[in-house]
Design a protein around this ligand. Structure first.
Ligand SMILES: NC(=O)c1ccc[n+]([C@@H]2O[C@H](COP(=O)([O-])OP(=O)(O)OC[C@H]3O[C@@H](n4cnc5c(N)ncnc54)[C@H](OP(=O)(O)O)[C@@H]3O)[C@@H](O)[C@H]2O)c1
Length: 288
């Protein structure tokens, strides 16, 4: 199975490259293919003639999207449309990565794939529109929604860090941290997500999938767990999202349930505290 990965040097892309057998892989960065260029996207995908394309590319700085909706839609919607069109033309299946932020957070219990999205920010609207392009163009697709990703490479779209590294950096220079406690999610280790995507694409069970580490927590709870696992005493205060004053509106509750993955017996995701511990070990933060 020949697999093209778009965004191969990103946070998730790097972990996909780690997991997938090298002889099957064509890892592409933005220098090989910029998905906002329709002609080039078609040309490059045709040239490799893959069985599967995995699109991890995104304009994913959520707050920045509010003032930069043109590039946000160019990558998250039109770019996705072009990749889907290239897959249609070459017969490749598409794995497209989307987000928990397509939901408004009002449900208050884990979101299933059958729940109706109601995106609340430019980022979320552009990502949901990208999903719609995939669905309307292709039959052979996996749309994978995940949440609060952190991985060893860090998120390129957010300056190369991730939430965990951000907290560690802040704790190095500040004696007390303030963290949002009223946004609940299922933070997910991108290495676990990559492993489960690999299992999923070996099946022909196309469709929409939620793939997150199990359980849920607030950003505050997540931060407390980071320092607990590292056995470090850090004073952490609860902040409300209203006090934090982020530019983009985020869902207060965006926990996803891996319902479709469970149905096909492929939910290999572990609880988020275990995944966090494994991440801290991978990065060498945790002495084992
Ligand atoms: N990070 C999260 O918390 C989170 C949560 C839920 C879902 N997601 C989704 O998960 C996916 C992967 O996120 P990530 O954290 O791995 O992000 P990331 O580290 O920013 O990786 C995105 C990759 O896409 C590339 N890219 C950006 N624009 C492109 C374009 N026009 N053409 C081709 N490549 C382009 C980036 O390259 P350059 O940086 O060099 O431009 C980077 O390699 C995204 O679809 C995102 O929406 C992320």
């Amino acid at each position: 199975m020949k697999i093209v990965i778009i965004g191969a040097d990103g946070q998730l892309g790097t972990d996909l490259v780690k997991i997938f057998p090298k002889n099957e892989l064509v890892p592409l960065t933005i220098y090989d293919v910029d998905i906002t260029d329709r002609a080039k996207t078609l040309k490059v995908i045709k040239q490799h003639s893959p069985d599967v394309v995995i699109n991890t590319a995104a304009y994913n700085h959520v707050d920045k999207c509010e003032d930069h909706e043109v590039p946000a839609f160019a990558v998250n919607t039109y770019g996705v449309k072009y990749v889907a069109e290239a897959c249609l033309e070459t017969g490749a299946a598409l794995v497209h990565i989307s987000t928990d932020y397509v939901f408004d957070g009002a449900k208050g219990s884990p979101y299933l794939e059958t729940d109706q999205p109601n995106p609340q920010s430019i980022y979320a609207i552009s990502k949901y529109a990208g999903e719609q392009c995939v669905k309307s163009i292709l039959n052979k697709y996996f749309i994978v929604r995940s949440s609060g990703l952190y991985g060893a490479a860090g998120c390129l779209g957010k300056g190369g860090g991730n939430f965990v590294e951000g907290m560690l950096k802040r704790a190095a220079s500040q004696s007390e941290l303030k963290v949002v406690a009223d946004e609940i999610l299922a933070p997910t280790y991108s290495l676990d997500l990559a492993k489960n995507i690999y299992e999923l694409i070996k099946t022909k069970h196309y469709g929409l999938y939620h793939i997150v580490n199990h359980g849920s927590c607030s950003w505050y709870d997540f931060t407390v767990k980071i320092f607990e696992l590292l056995d470090r005493k850090v004073v952490i205060h609860r902040l409300t999202a209203a006090e934090f004053k982020a530019k983009a509106k985020r869902p207060q509750y965006s926990v996803l349930k891996n319902a479709n993955l469970e149905k096909i017996g492929l939910d290999k995701m572990r609880p988020w505290p275990e995944a966090l511990k494994a991440y801290l070990a991978e990065k060498g933060h945790l002495k084992t």
